[in-house]
Design a protein around this ligand. Structure first.
Ligand code: FAD
Length: 304
């Protein structure tokens, strides 16, 4: 029995065996101050040598970060030389307004959009389309494809989007987004590998053959993750609460724990055949860098 347990344990490759045959991407959010802009830029510089296939910048609720998202996207692509992806939502904008933002990106050489519906504006509990706006992500994708041949990434929900009546409707919606022209789906963050594997199976069973990339969230603040999880339907496993208990005043220990949890998750995903990873960096490089490093990724070429 002990031998069988040992055998099972040995079947998962150790970090030291991983050849780094993975593709990674990094997500940032638009900074609110000059200081935050500096932190973002340092993070971009730190992560760049890992050769990400793209870096994306989120779009604030209701288009509130329209200018700042645009600025960072263009800077990441033109100054850091990383292919950049701009997040874009349907919230509080007409189709014409959204189209104009997209056209502008295309003119500036940005070829990749993360196309999202977005969340209801503050004070509204359920989503309703803006008058004259795109109703959902699938409609947005169709609209974008009419403007130009953008590469398009979309959102996917291993634990089912809170607005979705059931898991099948959610998968059907994801299929509709691929059918409308999406190249890949990036998942909402999750903490149990089984959660991703089950979702991948459901998607395959629904005939989805596009890329599904796990979105990995290294925990910077457990309280913040708890808040976010409540909003987006991600379950926080019990064991995780226990692991962060008592570490509120120990940022360094907390960071080690965070890195270990995220690296372990990624290692299991890797063992399950996953070769693409998307990191929610929260504009900090170190955790994402460390996890990529453990997955075997090393600085590339002259950037090393
Ligand atoms: P959709 O795919 O349009 O669908 C949302 C839900 O509505 C699904 O449950 C779907 O099943 C249901 N639905 C849609 N259309 C129909 C229909 N016709 N009939 C029945 N049901 C339907 N938000 C931001 O504001 N800015 C960002 O930058 C941002 N980036 C994100 C990046 C990633 C990787 C992820 C995973 C999420 C991101 N979000 C962002 C959050 C996202 O906007 C919200 O989760 C939003 O509530 C749903 O957006 P969506 O594109 O998934 O919507």
């Amino acid at each position: 029995n002990q031998m069988r347990e040992a055998q099972r344990a040995l079947e998962t490759p150790l970090f030291s065996d991983l050849p780094g045959d993975i593709a990674v991407s990094f997500e940032f959010f638009p900074p609110k101050s000059d200081k935050m802009a500096d932190t973002l830029w340092e993070s971009v510089q730190t992560l760049k040598p890992l050769g990400p296939r793209f870096a994306s910048v989120t779009y604030g609720a209701g288009g509130s970060t329209r200018e700042r998202t645009h600025q960072q996207v263009v800077r990441i692509q033109n100054e850091a030389g990383i292919p950049a992806a701009a997040h874009l939502t349907c919230v509080e904008a007409t189709r014409e307004q959204v189209d104009e933002v997209a056209r502008h990106y295309w003119e500036e050489g940005i070829r990749h959009i993360v196309a999202l519906r977005g969340d209801p504006p503050d004070g509204q509990s359920t989503y309703s389309p803006y008058p004259g706006g795109y109703a959902n992500a699938a409609e947005l994708i169709a609209g974008l494809k009419k403007i130009a041949d953008f590469e398009i990434s979309v959102a996917a929900y291993p634990e089912v989007h809170p607005d979705s009546p059931d898991a099948q409707a959610d998968i059907d919606n994801l299929k509709a987004k691929f059918d409308a022209g999406a190249t890949r789906a990036i998942t909402q963050f999750f903490f149990e590998p089984e959660c991703f594997f089950r979702f991948r199976d459901r998607a395959a069973a629904a005939g989805i053959d596009g890329e599904i990339v796990p979105g990995v969230m290294p925990v910077l603040s457990f309280a913040a993750v708890q808040r976010m999880s409540g909003l987006c339907g991600t379950a926080i496993p019990h064991w995780m609460e226990g692991l962060f208990e008592g570490l509120d005043d120990r940022p360094q220990a907390r960071q080690l724990v965070s890195a270990t949890i995220a690296a372990e998750l990624c290692r299991k995903l890797y063992a399950g055949g996953v070769r693409q990873f998307h990191f929610y960096t929260l504009n900090r490089a170190e955790l994402s860098y460390a996890i990529c490093h453990m997955l075997g990724l090393r600085p590339k070429g002259d950037a090393a």
